[in-house]
Design a protein. Structure first.
Length: 101
């Protein structure tokens, strides 16, 4: 058998062996996943839970800051004077803008 064909045969055998090993690892992972409704292993589920909780906490903090900033800008519950206070504020802002022009 020529050396070129021998090299190709060895490469083919090596790739087939690697493919078989990958299939065996996948089969082992499939056996670990059979007890779960999600199809995740315990370590994968813990990793997903960790990422989910961090994302949720970050989202919640951003939402709290955003609500505080909007409340500072324009409160959605009127003060003791009711919505008349908002109208007075708009008149004051309008007069301030007209003085600047």
């Amino acid at each position: 058998m020529p050396k070129r064909q021998l090299g190709r045969s060895r490469a083919l055998l090596r790739s087939l062996t690697e493919a078989h090993e990958r299939r065996m690892l996948m089969a082992d992972n499939a056996n670990e996943r059979t007890g779960s409704l999600t199809g995740l292993t315990a370590s994968e589920a813990q990793e997903f839970h960790k990422i989910f909780m961090m994302s949720f906490i970050l989202f919640t903090l951003i939402a709290i800051v955003a609500h505080f900033l909007v409340w500072s800008w324009r409160p959605w519950i009127p003060g003791p004077g009711g919505y008349a206070m908002i109208e007075d504020g708009l008149r004051l802002a309008g007069s301030f803008v007209s003085l600047r022009l």
